[in-house]
Design a protein around this ligand. Sequence first.
Ligand SMILES: CC(C)(COP(=O)(O)OP(=O)(O)OC[C@H]1O[C@@H](n2cnc3c(N)ncnc32)[C@H](O)[C@@H]1OP(=O)(O)O)[C@@H](O)C(=O)NCCC(=O)NCCS
Length: 85
Amino acid sequence: MKRLALLHKICVAQPHRQQGIAKAAIALLRSRLEKEGCDSIQLWVDEDRSAARALYASCDFKQVDRCLDYYGPGRIGLKMVLRLE
Ligand SMILES: CC(C)(COP(=O)(O)OP(=O)(O)OC[C@H]1O[C@@H](n2cnc3c(N)ncnc32)[C@H](O)[C@@H]1OP(=O)(O)O)[C@@H](O)C(=O)NCCC(=O)NCCS
C-alpha cells in the first residue's frame, strides 16, 4: 500500500545471526521507505519468537495489538508498527 509497508518475513541464515545483519537491513528499508513518502511499517510476530521481538524492539517498533491464536491454536501474534519521519 502506498503509505503503509507490510513486512511479511525477515530471515538471516543461522551462521550469520547476531551480527547486526537484520538490524542493518531494516535500517536500509526504513531510509528507503522514508524517501518514498511511506508513513509506517507494520508487521505481525509470534510472541514466542524472542530473537525477532528483540530485533523489532531494537529498531523502535511498538506493539499496538495482541491477537490470541493468530498463528494457530495457542500461538499469539503481536502487531507492531514503526512510524516513519
Ligand atoms: C530474527 C532474526 C531475523 C534476527 O536477525 P539477526 O541478524 O541475528 O539480528 P541482529 O544481529 O541485527 O540483532 C538485532 C537486535 O536483536 C537482538 N537479537 C538478535 N537475536 C537475538 C537473540 N537470539 N536473543 C536476544 N536478542 C537478539 C540483538 O542483540 C540486537 O539488539 P541490539 O540492537 O539492542 O544490540 C534472526 O534471528 C532470524 O532469521 N530468525 C529466524 C526467522 C525469524 O524468526 N524471523 C522473524 C519473524 S518472520
